[in-house]
Design a protein around this ligand. Structure first.
Ligand code: AP5
Length: 241
């Protein structure tokens, strides 16, 4: 996949699949912005906007925010100058209704979804990942308290801002989010399958190996054969071709 005039790549997967983690790499590889609907909603909540005030109750229970609010928010984001060449979308679309609205909005500006990548992870891995997740309130970078060595003072290794645990990462809400994904978001895969743009990457391995699979599926450089699972002596880095 090559970044064209207006190219949109999607990362689809259950909560904790690694969409945010991998979307950053894809955005860097393509030289386009990473836009996450969850981050946009959390920004609205912080600013107490009408969207944020409505979204709060849905998010805290692990339910989806109503389509019309999310579609309007994401389409407006795509109209900003830094999205002029396209974006990597993470967490949107999450319903077939959202997928159809995205198709229409992109067609109006001569664009389309060029790749929808499904990050496939077994359910039992998700809770473990989400319970250890910490997120930077400044740059939104994501970390894991067990898998990564983080500063003792809980500051972000990237920007120095504060790392926090998301309120919806408690086990009861995670379980609800996974169920909602299976009911409402899994059907979105068929929407892209019939359009011939759906790809799949096994995302149950290390971040590095998953990154290699993701980039390979999108036609971007790294190959999983050039990577290894991390061990104490080998941190599992990939070799670029
Ligand atoms: P959102 O913020 O989108 O949450 P999500 O989809 O539930 O996904 P997550 O952010 O939890 O997980 P991720 O797949 O990005 O994983 P990550 O890379 O962080 O949405 C939150 C809420 O907002 C929703 O519940 C809903 O209410 C609302 N919302 C958002 N979009 C909406 C929409 N379109 N329509 C309606 N409502 C919407 O990784 C997770 C952890 O695992 C991290 O700690 C990471 O370091 C670690 N990790 C990542 N990859 C690996 C790996 N390969 N191996 C080991 N650890 C890993």
């Amino acid at each position: 996949m090559v970044a064209g005039r207006f190219s949109v790549a999607l990362l689809i997967g259950p909560p904790g699949a690694g969409k945010g983690t991998q979307a950053r790499y894809v955005g860097e590889a393509l030289g386009i912005r990473h836009v996450a609907s969850g981050d946009l909603l959390r920004e609205h909540r912080q600013r107490d906007t009408p969207i944020g005030l409505t979204a709060r109750a849905y998010m805290d229970q692990g339910d989806l925010v109503p389509d019309e609010l999310v579609v309007q928010m994401v389409i407006e984001r795509l109209a900003r100058p830094d999205a002029a060449r396209g974006v990597v979308l993470d967490g949107f679309p999450r319903t077939v209704c959202q997928a159809r609205a995205l198709d229409v909005a992109l067609a109006e500006r001569g664009g389309r979804v060029t790749a929808a990548l499904f990050l496939d992870v077994p359910t039992d891995v998700l809770v473990e990942r989400l319970s250890g997740r910490r997120v930077c309130i400044g740059c939104h970078s994501t970390f894991h308290v067990v898998l990564q060595q983080l500063p003792f003072d809980s500051t972000c290794p990237h920007c120095g801002d504060r790392l926090v645990q998301r309120a919806d990462d408690v086990p009861s809400v995670v379980t609800r989010r996974v169920a909602v994904y299976q009911q409402q978001t899994a059907p979105v895969l068929d929407h892209y399958r019939v359009r011939g743009v759906l790809r799949r990457a096994d995302a149950s391995s290390s971040v590095e190996l998953t990154r290699a699979r993701v980039l390979e599926q999108l036609g971007l450089r790294e190959s999983p054969e050039l990577c290894s699972e991390p061990t104490e002596r080998n941190p599992g880095h990939c070799v670029s071709r």
